[in-house]
Design a protein around this ligand. Structure first.
Ligand code: SD4
Length: 337
């Protein structure tokens, strides 16, 4: 480096080392939060309140998805479709920047499974609690036990489903918080909406990553069925050196390829988040062959540069991205079939 240049840097208070690590690279976009489906727009707003004031990504991803869990107009939380026996069962997981993680599954009558998952992470020696044990833990931690009644819409939907009692998930049928998912709102009263999930990943101002994922799972599932959403590595994975990813859609097929973990590993190999999500989608399509046409899976991811992306099997998946006070946008996921 020329002596003059070095002196100029000195007067700017910059070290040559610091500048060279920045030179030639795009500035990191942070904080940033992204989440699945259009209900993510509302959830991102709550997450952004945490991030914009310098809060932790972990708090942001918890508070963000709590908005969706609490909404009666969205079937992520207790307002959701029941299983085939008529009970709403919830799954959720959370992961921070230091590989700490917590998860609950097959949890009934608790409004905020994501917060119970966080307590599992912070207050127990375990990662996962399920069923009555998870509920017992939640109550011991002070979470209220709700009445367990189906919401009005879910009851209508269940009554309608009982006429045929067929388990036949319909891709992309999401009853979203905003009521303008790909096939809503005309499907709202028909019982034809089923799976609903929100997955969220964020990077805070300190460059730390975290993620959350919460769901009622697929509507009219067998009692006791778990999808990918509460499974670390399937529905959610965070590696603070690389990036974070989450999944939505047909959980069985996400589990098969350890979806979110695969996406993070593809990013570790140098792929952009969108390319990493695409590669995971390709893997599922390769396994499923022509049967892939009957399913939807979508992945979203961010990396340490604040780059983001998503990819899905079929048209109709979207995700919400927020990285500034006035930038909370809905992006259509690129698709393969
Ligand atoms: C599951 N992956 O339980 C979830 C469902 C989902 O949008 O993502 N719905 O299989």
């Amino acid at each position: 480096m020329q002596r003059r240049t070095f002196l100029q840097l000195g007067t700017l208070g910059l070290s040559a080392v610091g500048l060279s690590s920045f030179r030639g690279k795009k500035a990191v976009t942070k904080p940033i939060v992204i989440s699945t489906w259009d209900a993510g727009l509302e959830a991102n707003k709550a997450a952004w309140q945490v991030l914009r004031s310098g809060g932790r990504a972990l708090d942001a991803v918890e508070q963000g998805v709590m908005v969706t869990e609490a909404s009666q107009n969205c079937c992520v939380g207790l307002g959701a479709n029941p299983d085939r026996d008529g009970f709403v069962t919830l799954d959720a997981c959370i992961m921070d920047e230091a590989f700490n993680c917590g998860s609950v599954a097959f949890l009934e009558r608790i409004k905020h499974p994501i917060s119970v998952a966080r307590r599992v992470m912070e207050k127990t020696p375990h990662v996962m609690l399920v069923g009555s044990g998870a509920q017992q833990f939640a109550v011991a931690e002070g979470f209220a036990l709700e009445d367990g009644k189906l919401s009005k819409d879910a009851q209508k939907s269940y009554d309608n489903w009982l006429k045929k009692s067929e388990y036949k998930p319909i891709i992309n049928i999401e009853r979203t918080q905003l009521g303008h998912g790909p096939f809503a709102p005309e499907k709202l009263d028909t019982g034809e909406w089923n799976h609903d999930t929100i997955g969220m990943v964020a990077m805070d101002a300190n460059g730390n990553l975290s993620g959350s994922c919460t769901t009622s799972g697929q509507g009219f599932k067998m009692r006791g069925r778990l999808g990918d959403s509460p499974i670390i590595g399937a529905g959610l994975f965070v590696d603070n050196e690389v990036g974070a990813a989450t999944a939505t859609g047909q959980g069985e097929d996400v589990i098969r390829i350890c979806g979110a973990h695969s996406v993070v590993e593809f990013m570790r190999q140098g792929l952009h988040p969108e390319a990493a999500c695409k590669k995971a989608v390709e893997r599922i399509i390769k396994i499923k062959g022509t049967k892939a046409q009957a399913i939807q899976v979508g992945f979203i991811a961010i990396n340490k540069k604040g780059e983001y992306g998503g990819y899905c099997i079929q048209k109709g998946f979207n995700y919400a991205v927020c990285y500034a006070d006035d930038k909370n946008i809905l992006v259509d996921g690129k698709y393969m079939l």
